[in-house]
Design a protein around this ligand. Structure first.
Ligand code: SR1
Ligand code: MG
Length: 428
């Protein structure tokens, strides 16, 4: 992707209104006089502008990439090409996981702008989790999304040529990968200007992280895996802020970090964010019965996200494993079939170990890195917040350094449960 940006300009409300009024299909979809369309900027993410536009007939969501990181400002430039990769990823995900991503209505490459279906009454899942809401349809939807997008873009389903073309199509999204490489896999473990944590309570823990060579080896192995293992097309930022939900529907949004990477990075992101919701729960106001029910649901969800993902992924592999990896001609007859099935189980065990490690990395970055999440941030009492965060970090350190000791997902939820009432020693 070149930066073909002479025509780029940031579309604030008036310019956006004029632009949309010039697109006949969208004008009809919105309906009424464009002068009366309600336009609101609602972006609360770290990178982009997001507008909701409503007319007399309907509404749309408009996302425009800014040439810099919104969270930090113009001092941190970021390529507009991320809008291209997001559009490409959304198109692929719509093909593979139909109904689980927002419908695409319009894309303008020069403006780095995409118009999508307005998701209503969906909310950002993270906000729902902070409020203690349970989502009964989530496991089925997110595991279908992950199993299908990961399997069908992997060497298990594709020819070698198709796979390499896929890698090439996303290879230019390296600036977004670099954000992940720095903010997740490096900065939390060293002194970095943009790091922050709940001070002074976690000062000691932050220093321990910077001095923990077992942890530095473990995070470096994960970083290498992230950089050098193009297994499948990843969403690349699959946290609960990238998922919109109602109690019965799930939509995955915002794949601007998409690239070909290790599958465990996406699966680990989902598990990590559920585990953080679990540990944060202790710091939020909830009626006692509701708290217990919510926390039990979250841990149950951690377990079923992994088990259902693994079941669906294996089912796809058995039925549609026609890619160039594991040629079927090498596994003929009963003996071959049995050996291939054993190999599939070994593959899933390796993927589980990597998922556990990546989940741990995702937890630690949200507590010591630049970008935090509201699960913890909305706990007003800083000491309480630090207690929840320290519990999450203790679990994450174990998951990262001893990932292989977690053989099954119940080992992860069991360890989380044991830390529920653990009282950490805080600094300050
Ligand atoms: C500077 S961007 C910070 C974070 O926001 C995105 O959601 C990604 O998680 C990224 O790491
Ligand atoms: Mg995002």
């Amino acid at each position: 992707m070149t930066q073909e940006r002479e025509d780029y300009r940031i579309l604030h409300e008036a310019a956006l209104r004029d632009y949309l009024a010039g697109l006949p299909d969208l004008k009809t979809l919105l309906g009424g006089d464009p002068a009366h369309w309600a336009i609101t900027e609602v972006g609360d993410g770290n990178l982009n502008l997001v507008f909701i536009v409503k007319g007399t007939n309907g509404g749309i969501a408009v996302k425009q990439a800014l040439p810099y990181v919104r969270l930090v400002g113009e001092s941190w430039p970021l390529p507009l090409s991320r809008a291209h990769y997001e559009y490409l990823a959304l198109s692929k995900q719509a093909e593979l996981a139909s109904g689980l991503v927002p419908a695409l209505l319009h894309h303008n490459e020069a403006l780095a702008l995409t118009v999508m279906e307005l998701l209503e009454p969906h909310i950002i899942m993270r906000k729902g989790l902070v409020a203690g809401t349970q989502y009964p349809g989530f496991v089925d939807d997110i595991t279908t999304f992950m199993a299908r997008t990961l399997f069908f873009t992997s060497d298990l389903a594709l020819s070698a040529a198709e796979k390499k073309e896929g890698i090439a199509a996303f290879a230019g999204n390296h600036a977004l990968c670099k954000i992940t490489e720095d903010l997740i896999f490096t900065d939390p473990y060293r002194i970095a200007e943009q790091n922050r944590w709940t001070a002074p309570y976690l000062d000691g823990l932050a220093a321990e992280l910077r001095d923990d060579m077992d942890l530095h080896v473990a995070i470096s192995r994960l970083k290498l895996k992230f950089m050098a293992s193009p297994e499948a097309l990843l969403h690349g930022d699959l946290h609960t802020g990238s998922i919109m939900v109602t109690e019965s529907q799930t939509r995955v949004i915002d794949p601007e970090f998409a690239f070909y990477g290790p599958m465990g990075f996406d699966v680990g992101a989902v598990l990590a964010n559920l585990l953080m919701a679990y540990f944060a729960s202790a710091g939020h106001e909830r009626a006692p019965g509701e708290r217990a029910a919510f926390e039990a649901w979250v841990l149950q969800t951690v377990e079923t996200v992994w088990s259902e993902f693994a079941r669906k992924f294996l089912e796809l592999w058995r039925a549609q494993g026609t890619g160039d990896a594991y040629p079927i001609s090498l596994f003929a007859g009963e003996k071959g079939a049995a050996r291939l099935e054993a190999e599939r189980q070994a593959y899933m065990q390796r993927l589980f170990t990597e998922t556990v490690g990546f989940a741990a990395a995702k937890i630690i970055r949200r507590i010591f890195g630049l970008a935090h999440n509201i699960d913890f941030e909305l706990i007003e009492d800083a000491r309480k917040r630090a207690v929840s965060e320290a519990r999450a970090v203790r679990l994450a350190r174990g998951m990262m350094v001893e990932a292989a000791a977690f053989r099954v997902i119940a080992d992860v939820t069991g360890a989380a449960r044991k830390l529920k009432d653990w009282q950490p020693e805080l600094s300050g």
